[in-house]
Design a protein around this ligand. Structure first.
Ligand code: NI
Length: 273
């Protein structure tokens, strides 16, 4: 069994064939967590999860880029330039609370800080992050953290908040993009690090992956984005998480079986599934 702990089959990129994409994944023993980025995509993630007895779960939350309405251009490399537009949202605790109580909701996310896309509203981003950390801890749910160019601030917040909540504050730093020293601070907090297709075409995280215990790693795709080799240039999907598992095995010099078993168990433990 494999698990894609960060998928967005709830996004418009899968509007026409999301059902087929999920069927393909489940038929190949790949479970998934669809992650929300604002209220509408969070609600859709819950709705999709409701349709299956097991194997498909939801995370609900408001990503910091939805603090404003903007057009962004993000580029991973020449094979992937993504343009997207965000719709501004005002965070409503009541609305997210209604989603969090659904039995298939396994986490609050994706939430966090993104200074890469917008550095002008740091304080607003921190406030939004804190509100959702509180929401998660009060409902005993882990968090899925999005962090771009902001690891020191994220770490400071988590270290501070863990003094208050202890091990009720748990989670994963998805698409980990920090250095080894930062990885070690997350691990010390009991957090997991999520890796995706980036590791199949960039060598930046080999050192982190080699040094961090397998017990702290999670696998993800972040589909429709970050498609792994050999499908660069095409839309990503949960099925392709196997290429991430294979690469982790190669970097850690362990059998693929061992990586899939451990990362699957890690996810079940964190998300209580
Ligand atoms: Ni994402």
């Amino acid at each position: 069994m494999l698990i894609d702990t960060h998928a967005h089959v709830n996004f418009n990129a899968f509007k026409n064939d999301g059902e087929e994409v999920i069927k393909r994944a489940l038929a190949d023993n790949v479970w998934l967590v669809n992650v929300g980025s604002q209220y509408s995509t969070s609600a859709r993630a819950v709705k999709i999860a409701q349709q299956r007895e097991r194997g498909v779960y939801a995370a609900i939350g408001m990503h910091p880029i939805h603090l404003g309405s903007e057009k962004f251009q993000t580029s991973v490399d020449k094979n992937e330039e993504v343009e997207f537009e965000t719709r501004e949202e005002e965070f409503s605790r009541e609305k997210y609370e209604a989603l969090i109580s659904h039995p298939k909701t396994v986490a609050v996310g994706e939430i966090g800080l993104d200074y890469y896309h917008n550095i002008s509203n740091k304080e607003q981003q921190k406030k939004l992050f804190l509100e959702q950390i509180n929401l998660a801890a009060e409902h005993q749910k882990p968090i899925i953290v999005h962090c771009r160019d902001a690891h020191n601030d994220v770490l400071e917040i988590l270290e501070e908040k863990q003094k208050e909540y202890g091990n009720r504050l748990r989670g994963v730093v998805h698409s980990f993009s920090g250095r080894l020293a930062q990885a070690e601070r997350y691990v010390k907090l009991g957090f997991y690090l999520g890796f995706n297709g980036i590791i199949t075409f960039a060598r930046d995280y080999d050192k982190v992956i080699s040094n961090v215990d397998l017990g702290n790693l999670l696998t993800e795709t972040d589909c429709p984005y970050l498609t792994p080799v050999p499908f660069r240039g095409k839309r990503n999907e949960p099925l392709y998480v196997k290429y991430v598992v294979e690469k982790l095995a190669e970097i850690k010099n362990l059998p693929v079986e061992k990586i899939s078993e451990a990362t699957f168990e890690n996810a079940r433990e964190l998300f209580n599934i």
